[in-house]
Design a protein around this ligand. Sequence first.
Ligand code: GRF
Length: 228
Amino acid sequence: MSVRLAVFASGGGSNLQALLDRFAGTSHVTPALVVSDRADAGALRRATVAGVKALHIPVAGRPEHMVGDDMLSALRDCDIELIALAGYLRLVPPRVVEPYRGRILNIHPALLPAFGGAGMYGRRVHEAVIAAGCRITGATVHYVDERYDEGSIIAQWPVPVLREDTAETLAARVLRIEHRLYPAVVDMLARRIADGPAADDTTTRLEVFRLGAADAGMADEMITLARI
Ligand code: GRF
């Protein structure tokens, strides 16, 4: 059985691309829908190129319940079982979160719960990390709930902050890790969903992290990064 995946993205979609590349031609995950709140999002172009349904669902100025209903009908039409937010800058309406609880993930370019929350996205995150004098930052994959960046954490990967870093150089280093971490976690969760109802149990997250990290050959990478 192939788990059908939707990706929500507002921007360029490099994490979307990492997911598309990882699951192209696999039998256990089918990227089936890409949703964006922006008609000109690079993510929609990437979806079209990959032959995946690309859908613009406008958010600005519309009642939340209408946005949610549009999303739900697209998700149902495409038989979506798992949703990955990848740079989606809007809050997912509660009427979408509820039926997909435990099946919606997000990736954030810092070690949550630090440097998250409303307005903490893009270069602002990395500027705040540098301004705080952190020596370590990273990427976090977490379940999505009704609030920004607060759902339980599934996996994290540390990335060093170097003395000479700017927000741009740091963002690029974190993004390289995101592109490895996110597909690994989606892969593991999809396998669990395919295996049965226990997949919705969020307490499985530590195991998912261990398996995901090993699967992506990340243990050595973590040691290397920690030594920099
Ligand atoms: C990533 O840094 C992700 O962690 C955050 O938004 C950014 C999206 O980048 N949520 P891209 O569009 O995937 O390149």
